[in-house]
Design a protein around this ligand. Structure first.
Ligand code: 13P
Length: 250
């Protein structure tokens, strides 16, 4: 079964609405003929409607970098699934390592958010990955499996089809140290095997597993041609239209 790759741009806390609009205007012509892969931009919440308007009718989808699990309520500073959808977004990142590291996002919270996203018809990109100490201690597989089990607790296989997983080794994020294609492919195999156990072999076969961590135009092809790597979640190299387009058009 062939999986359609997803190239996703996580802009993190960069770009005002005007900068986001200028990016999209420069970017769309560079990827206009791209049908092989899906493309999604994840701007900050304040640029969401601008990016949705600027990409309307194009081959580029838009998502939020984070979403709250509750329908609504007294959660200062948060964005709900209904708000995300009303703004025209279709995707959300869940459990990015920076959310886990700086905002105490646990596997339990990731699980709550995943349930909400699936219930509300939002494509969830669930981020997992080990830190350097864990890799050096030989615990990578354990960490990934624990994160997956936590994230997928109570998720029915029949509801799981929209899920996308992003493997982002924390030691490779923003460090310029990319995982080698072999290291990434190994981790993706472990993830796919575990998804077969937790959800089902069919979901394991169809689920897209993206790689993230210092992806750039120079290494995109070596990573994205690995059998178990179904796309990329790009941070720094997604901030410039040419650079993201070069990754999309690898
Ligand atoms: P970099 O591509 O800047 O390493 O960031 C990866 C990332 O965290 C994407 O979500």
């Amino acid at each position: 079964m062939s999986r359609k790759a997803l190239i996703a741009a996580n802009w993190k806390m960069y770009k005002t609405p005007a900068e986001a609009k200028a990016f999209v205007e420069a970017f769309l012509p560079l990827v206009a003929n791209q049908t092989r892969d899906e493309i999604a931009l994840f701007p900050s919440a304040t640029s969401l409607t601008t990016v949705v308007a600027a990409t309307a009718g194009s081959n580029v989808a838009v998502g939020l970098q984070n979403m709250h699990w509750a329908e609504e309520g007294a959660y200062t500073g948060e964005t709900s699934a209904a708000m995300l959808k009303a703004a025209g977004a279709t995707h959300t990142l869940i459990g990015h390592s920076e959310r886990r590291q700086y905002f105490n996002e646990t596997d339990e919270l990731v699980n709550l958010k995943l349930h909400t996203a699936l219930r509300r018809g939002i494509v969830p990109v669930v981020c997992i990955g080990e830190v350097l100490d864990e890799r050096e201690a030989g615990k990578t597989a354990d960490v990934l499996c624990t994160q997956l089990r936590g994230a997928f607790s109570g998720i029915a296989p029949e509801a799981a089809a929209p899920i996308v997983i992003a493997y982002e080794p924390v030691w490779a994020i923003g460090t310029g140290k990319t995982a080698t294609p072999e290291i990434a492919a190994d981790a993706h195999k472990i993830i796919r095997r575990e998804v077969a156990q937790i959800l089902s072999p069919a979901i394991a076969e169809s689920v897209r597993i993206l790689y993230g961590g210092s992806v750039k135009p120079e290494n995109a092809s070596a990573l994205l041609t690995q059998h178990d790597i179904d796309g990329a979640l790009v941070g720094g190299a997604s901030l410039k239209p040419d650079s993201l387009a070069a990754i999309v058009n690898y």
